[in-house]
Design a binder for this molecule. Structure first.
Ligand code: COD
Ligand code: ZN
Ligand code: ZN
Length: 377
């Protein structure tokens, strides 16, 4: 490519600090260094973790920063030492990288590579520097990805090559929301055929849990949300019934116990609310239930559970990115999508040009969108 080895000037959305709209600016993107790739982003989703930074809920962030972590694009150029990617390859950035060498990467039961920047938010590449500048200032990276820009640079452990036929404006959801929910059901929960599941929270990730429960063969999938507007789409994704806790005087775990002969086999908390986590756990069967935490609670929050509820046989677990080892599994998930194992269409409510990014976040905050996908024209 004519741009290889050169600085690229392009558009990006800069988050200069919390509680202010993102600002579309021209930035400079340096060429990839050793074991890095520069990627042209084609489509990127408006997702919760980005919103948590904008709203100030994630307090230890470094600013200014280019947010965005759910995306798909095309490799523009590669740095030295990159063997598995070449210009023109379709790719998905990985906010949980897979280095293949750390204790988690070597353990088949974990996917949380030590090279991740979640929670630490150092905001730099593996070599501790950034490839972005704007108005002469260095701009931080966000969780190994930074996709709210026409071009980004990624460590090669944080990018997966996908099938050349993949429609990027759909499979971008495999970079976060879809895989997080779907994997929580099929990997972390290991939902069995014929089982009964409860899914608390029917946003994009909750709906992806519903899809996972359905693909795993669950016979009952009960959706729970405070907003009745979420129910039709949940049923489209596979929920067999939906309930609103506001419609009942009794606590929701008692309602579910009555509906399900003493409790569900699997309950998923997909909101990030500790009192809902407690009720999700209590909603599972006393002798064999499993609760999976998908939502991220505020950092000061503590979870209260009755130890007797664990002693009798319930399990409480959780995972980021649906437990998927990212570099190994993202290409497989894309192939499963192309083979029509699941549909991503019900999750995408809006498409917008990248410049309308702040409108995308407004819709998410108002609960009016499931996923807004931003595209570069
Ligand atoms: N009871 C029932 N439903 C509720 C309640 C409640 N008390 N409170 C809110 N809800 C409903 C809302 O009406 C909404 O429909 C739904 O819960 C939440 O949906 P969204 O659209 O806000 O969120 P999602 O589905 O996009 O994301 C949910 C997560 C829990 C995954 C997300 O918020 C989160 O915690 N992310 C961090 C963890 C993670 O894995 N992140 C990956 C990168 S984003
Ligand atoms: Zn996300
Ligand atoms: Zn690792």
């Amino acid at each position: 490519m004519a741009t290889a080895g050169k600085v690229i000037k392009c558009k990006a959305a800069i988050c200069w600090g919390p509680k202010q709209p993102l600002s579309i600016e021209e930035i400079e993107v340096a060429p990839p260094k050793r074991h890095e790739v520069r990627v042209k982003i084609v489509a990127t989703g408006v997702c919760r973790s980005d919103e948590h930074v904008i709203s100030g809920a994630l307090s230890n962030m470094k600013f200014p920063v280019i947010l965005g972590h759910e995306a798909a694009g095309i490799v523009e150029s590669v740095g030295e030492g990159v063997t598995d990617l070449k210009p023109g390859d379709k790719v998905i950035p990985l906010f949980v990288p897979q280095c293949g060498e750390c204790r988690c990467c070597k353990n088949p039961d974990s996917n949380l590579c030590y090279e991740n920047d979640i929670g630490k938010y150092n905001g730099v590449m593996r070599d501790k520097t950034t490839r972005f500048t704007c108005r002469g200032k260095p701009i931080h990276n966000f969780i190994s990805t930074s996709t709210f820009t026409e071009y980004t640079v990624l460590d090669d452990i944080a990018v997966a090559k996908i099938h050349p036929d993949a429609p990027l404006e759909k499979v971008c959801l495999i970079g976060c929301g879809f895989s997080t929910g779907y994997g929580s059901a099929v990997n972390t929960g290991k939902v069995k055929p014929g089982s009964t599941c409860a899914v608390f929270g029917l946003g994009g990730v909750g709906l992806s849990v519903v899809i996972g429960c359905k693909v795993a063969g669950a016979s009952r999938i009960i959706g729970i949300d405070l907003n009745n507007d979420k129910f039709a789409r949940a049923k489209e994704c596979g929920a067999t019934e939906c309930i609103n806790p506001k419609d009942y005087d009794a606590p929701i775990h008692e309602v579910l116990a009555k509906m399900t002969d003493d409790g569900v086999d699997y309950a998923f908390e997909v909101i990030g609310n500790t009192s809902v986590m407690t009720s999700a756990f209590s909603s599972t069967h006393f002798g064999c239930g499993k609760a999976v935490i998908v939502g991220l609670a505020p950092s000061s929050a503590k979870l209260t559970i009755d130890p007797l509820e664990v002693l009798t046989g319930r399990t409480l677990t959780g995972a980021v990115f649906g437990g998927w080892k990212s570099k190994d599994n993202v290409p497989k998930l894309v192939r499963d999508y192309l083979d029509k194992k699941f549909n991503l269409d019900p999750l995408i409510t809006h498409y917008m040009p990248f410049e309308k990014i702040n409108e995308g976040f407004d819709l998410l905050c108002k609960g009016e969108s499931i996923r807004t996908v931003l595209t570069f024209t």
